[in-house]
Design a protein around this ligand. Structure first.
Ligand code: G3I
Length: 370
């Protein structure tokens, strides 16, 4: 085919996509019986366009911003069809004092999601970070049996509290090192590798309908870490452990280039697993040059295309949407601008890239995505 031929086809696809902007779109089935049906007034929103490909598009939500910033709240409600708690389902928020549960912030997010026809990704049950101080202090001197009992209680209590309200749970988060070995976390030290399978079994017992995910970063690139996680989840599946999915966090940085994400998603999918992009953002050095922003646009576009190309990729979630609320500057000095809206919540070229990618992909809804 000539280049001109390709451009004509691309142009036709764009025209078709434009036509879809004003259509009702198709309903997409979800596991809780509601439907994601774009309304005409919202028909260029990310969620509306994504629905036409049977894809859920999500964001992490900062509960302080949701409470205090009306523009933030409107975007969170209008643009996304799933939400993830950026912090409020982590152990330090849920159980700040042993035996005293603080469900309120997470309950507020679940209520917000229900009001706005959104599904919820639960994040996260077992992690080495954001543990409450009482737990970090107690763990080193506890017996393995006591640690196992405590972890089981945490998972059981939290999953039970939200039973029927969580679409996908990140059950275990970031258990591997970049070299493919298991992270030397307090969980590994106390319980050995079996803690991973046990966590999935305990979560499944508490909510058999939730989709249970292993979630990690730097597994978007093929390499030691991705290969190790691949082998590990393959073994879990072979042992009958109730794991249904793998989450690819997808925190990209323009200095490292683009991952071969579609191939990676596909090979995990071929194991019989669902996959999802769970924490997408693309950071760069500040101030952002036009070249860097082009790279950021390419990062968002290509990662979304990868999810769209893999049938079992259920959702594409950005880790927040406004640069003013991003976690990046606090962790990577001199970097930022990682999100799809600027610090004033104005959409950036990155937003438009997602919109256009979704419009081009719009097709009859695939109702088997869950
Ligand atoms: O809540 C306290 C507040 O009481 C205190 O005054 C303040 C002072 O620093 O800290 C507040 O806690 C902060 C918390 O976010 C809530 O805002 C922590 O310091 C801060 O470290 C924490 O950062 C979060 C980070 O996880 C912790 O590891 C980020 O918001 C959150 O975006 C980030 O998310 C992680 C995912 O869960 C897993 N994958 C990587 C991703 C990015 O790091």
């Amino acid at each position: 085919m000539t280049i001109r031929g390709r451009l004509v086809i691309a142009g036709a696809a764009l025209l078709g996509a434009s036509a879809l902007f004003v259509s009702q779109g198709a309903a997409v089935a979800d596991p809780h019986g509601s439907t994601e049906r774009p309304s005409p007034s919202q028909s260029t929103s990310l969620r509306s366009l994504a629905a036409q490909s049977g894809l859920r598009i999500g964001t992490a939500v900062n509960m302080d911003a949701l409470a205090s910033d009306a523009a933030y709240k409107a975007i969170a409600a209008g643009q996304f069809s799933t939400v993830s708690p950026e912090n409020v389902m982590k152990w330090d928020t849920i159980e700040p004092t042993q035996g005293t549960y603080n469900w309120a912030p997470a309950d507020q997010l679940v209520a917000f999601a229900q009001q706005n026809g959104q599904l919820v990704r639960g994040h996260t049950l077992v992690w080495h970070n954001q543990l409450p101080a009482w737990l970090s202090q107690a763990l080193p001197s506890m017996s393995s049996a006591d640690v196992a009992a405590l972890l089981k209680k945490h998972i059981t209590d939290e999953v039970t509290h939200f039973t029927g309200k969580i679409w996908q749970w990140d059950v275990v988060n970031e258990a591997f090192n970049d070299d493919g070995t298991l992270r030397d976390s307090i969980w590994l030290q106390k319980l050995g590798p079996a803690y991973i399978a046990d966590a999935f079994r305990w979560a499944h017992a508490a909510d058999p309908k939730a989709l249970l995910f292993y979630n990690d970063y730097n597994i978007e690139y093929t390499g030691p870490k991705s290969n190790a996680v691949y082998s590990y989840v393959q073994q879990l599946k072979a042992q009958g452990v109730p794991i249904q999915g793998v989450g690819f966090q997808t925190h990209l940085d323009t200095q490292y280039g683009l991952p071969d994400l579609q191939n990676n998603l596909q090979r995990f999918s071929d194991l019989g697993l669902k996959v999802a992009e769970t924490e997408v953002d693309v950071r760069t050095t500040l101030p952002v040059t036009p070249v860097e922003q082009n790279a950021q646009v390419a990062g968002y576009t290509s990662t979304l295309q990868a999810c769209l190309a893999v049938r079992s990729c259920l959702s594409y979630t950005v880790w927040g949407f406004g640069d003013a609320y991003s976690w990046v500057p606090g962790v990577f000095a001199g970097e930022g601008a990682a999100d799809i809206y600027d610090a004033n919540l104005q959409p950036k070229a990155e937003y438009t890239a997602l919109q256009q990618t979704l419009a081009l992909a719009a097709a009859p809804a695939r109702d088997d995505r869950r």
